[in-house]
Design a protein around this ligand. Structure first.
Ligand code: HEM
Length: 203
């Protein structure tokens, strides 16, 4: 079958991704500041809102957004990594098997980091919660750095700009792998939900 540019990432996935990047960066940059405590809480609330939405969208969303389409077992991860090393990595319309686990880790850490941050903000739990919040957020930064490195390596291996694909939604693939709609209305609902979460957490 002919390989063409097809629609793979819907609007909620794309907007959610870049919102997560921006809010995580803002939360990180304001983490040590007393002056920007409210901004930090608002950014953290945005992270939590995006992650909660993404967990739901991972079950109800379009084909390549669903967890069942990209969370694979250790054998698939090993095959993909060996393929990469042999410069013969298998092409995926959605996320590859290795990247899929980085995504699961980022979503899990985003949720735990946000929840512990809320406890700190509300003065619940004491010093160990503060330490846990710092450790979870540093863990998330570490995985995010590995994730970006993985994106660069996969982009080079597949000769496809995956960052551009996360902006346009378009990737190389067979026509029968395309999603039918970019779901713009769901993206609008998601933005309302994320704004409510951010406001609620920082209020
Ligand atoms: C500027 C830095 C970043 C770039 C260029 C980038 C790029 C990308 C790309 C290209 C993908 C799709 C990978 C694929 O084709 O399989 C992706 C997915 C993802 N990235 Fe990033 N990323 C960045 C930072 C981050 C950060 C900081 C986080 C979390 C805090 C993050 C979380 C995710 C998640 C959760 C997905 C899965 C998207 C979904 O299926 O909803 N990324 N990223």
């Amino acid at each position: 079958m002919k390989v063409n540019k097809i629609l793979v990432w819907d609007w909620p996935v794309r907007i959610g991704h870049w919102l997560l990047v921006g809010s995580f960066a803002l939360a990180w940059l304001t983490s040590e500041s007393e002056t920007y405590r409210l901004v930090h809480a608002f950014a953290g609330g945005t992270v939590v809102g995006v992650v909660l939405f993404r967990l739901l969208w991972g079950m109800l969303g379009t084909r390549h957004a669903r967890f069942v389409s990209f969370v694979r077992g250790p054998a698939a991860v090993k095959d993909y990594v060996i393929g990469l090393l042999k410069r013969n990595a298998s092409q995926h319309a959605g996320h590859n098997a290795a990247g899929g686990w980085a995504i699961v880790a980022l979503l899990g850490l985003g949720l735990l980091s946000g929840a512990s941050g809320w406890l700190v903000y509300e003065d619940i739990g004491g010093e160990w919660v503060v330490d846990a919040h710092g450790a979870l957020s540093s863990g998330m930064l570490t995985i995010a750095v590995l994730h970006v490195a993985g994106v660069v390596v996969s982009s080079l291996a597949h000769r496809e700009n995956l960052v551009r694909a996360m902006l346009t939604g378009l990737k190389q693939g067979r026509a029968d792998e395309a999603i039918a709609s970019a779901r713009p209305l769901v993206a609008v609902l998601m933005l309302g939900w994320v704004a409510a979460c951010a406001w609620w957490l920082a209020r």
